[in-house]
Design a protein around this ligand. Structure first.
Ligand code: DX5
Ligand code: ZN
Length: 230
């Protein structure tokens, strides 16, 4: 249902920006919002200079949420961890192209474990790094900040990168989704959708809003009817 050509974009709030002392409340808020997925950022302290959360937190979110978990792992050697994330209840697993030793093998492995496969690209990593797996992957995650921390400002070069990826996908009618992650807010979301984004990840803009449910609604209801290329 989610990974097919869509008329409507998806909103994936990043739980990293939630108040971790009230994680249950944050998950409950997302359950009753218009969020489509919960984006969960997991960091290894090597691929990125930060650590976020691990399996106990992920399992707790899984138990308390009705939404699919869109897990983004910022890990060296992601292959070693694929099955563990499947066991913890991930719906989709995005690994970094910069860290994977063999993208085709890792995507197969993710699929065999029963998850959708995403490939994430850092802002400075060219699209050519994923050209050979565009059809095999379910999603390409375009980072619009350097990974490792929430709350950074959006890199405007992302618009062009998304447009180029969209054009590459359109050539062969690939149904691979384009997800954008980092510094996404109500000010840049429309332009990202116009460029071809299918899934918007937003952390700070949602959780720091006075009314998070309303902010999710705002992002969700940016109407695709008004978009030129959808
Ligand atoms: C950064 C993470 C992002 C981040 C998004 O390493 O991958 O998902 O949490 O948060 P904001 O929207 O605050 O940039
Ligand atoms: Zn992320």
């Amino acid at each position: 249902m989610y990974f097919c050509s869509m008329n409507h974009h998806l909103i994936a709030p990043s739980i990293l920006a939630a108040d971790f002392s009230n994680l249950g409340r944050a998950v409950e808020m997302l359950n009753r919002s218009q969020a489509d997925w919960i984006h969960v950022d997991v960091m290894d302290g090597h691929f990125v200079p930060n650590i976020s959360m691990g399996f106990p937190a992920l399992k707790a979110i899984r138990l308390n949420s009705t939404l699919p978990l869109d897990v983004h792992i910022m890990f060296e050697q992601p292959a070693l961890w694929i099955q563990r994330f499947a066991d913890a209840g991930a719906y989709s697993l995005s690994i970094h192209a910069e860290a994977s030793l063999n993208l085709e093998e890792d995507i197969n492995h993710i699929h065999d474990a029963g998850m959708k496969a995403g490939i994430a690209l850092n802002p400075d990593t060219p699209l050519s790094r994923v050209q050979h797996v565009l059809m095999q992957a379910d999603m390409i995650l375009i980072m619009s900040v350097n990974p490792g921390f929430g709350g950074q400002s959006f890199k405007s070069g992302t618009f062009e990168k998304v447009k180029q990826l969209k054009a590459m996908l359109d050539v062969n009618h690939h149904e691979t989704l384009i997800e954008v992650d980092g510094g996404v807010d109500a000010a840049n979301a429309r332009k990202l959708l116009d460029a071809g984004a299918d899934v918007l990840v937003a952390g700070s803009s949602i959780f720091k809003a006075a009314d998070a449910v309303k902010m999710i609604k705002t992002l969700k209801e940016l109407s695709s009817d008004n978009l030129t290329d959808h």
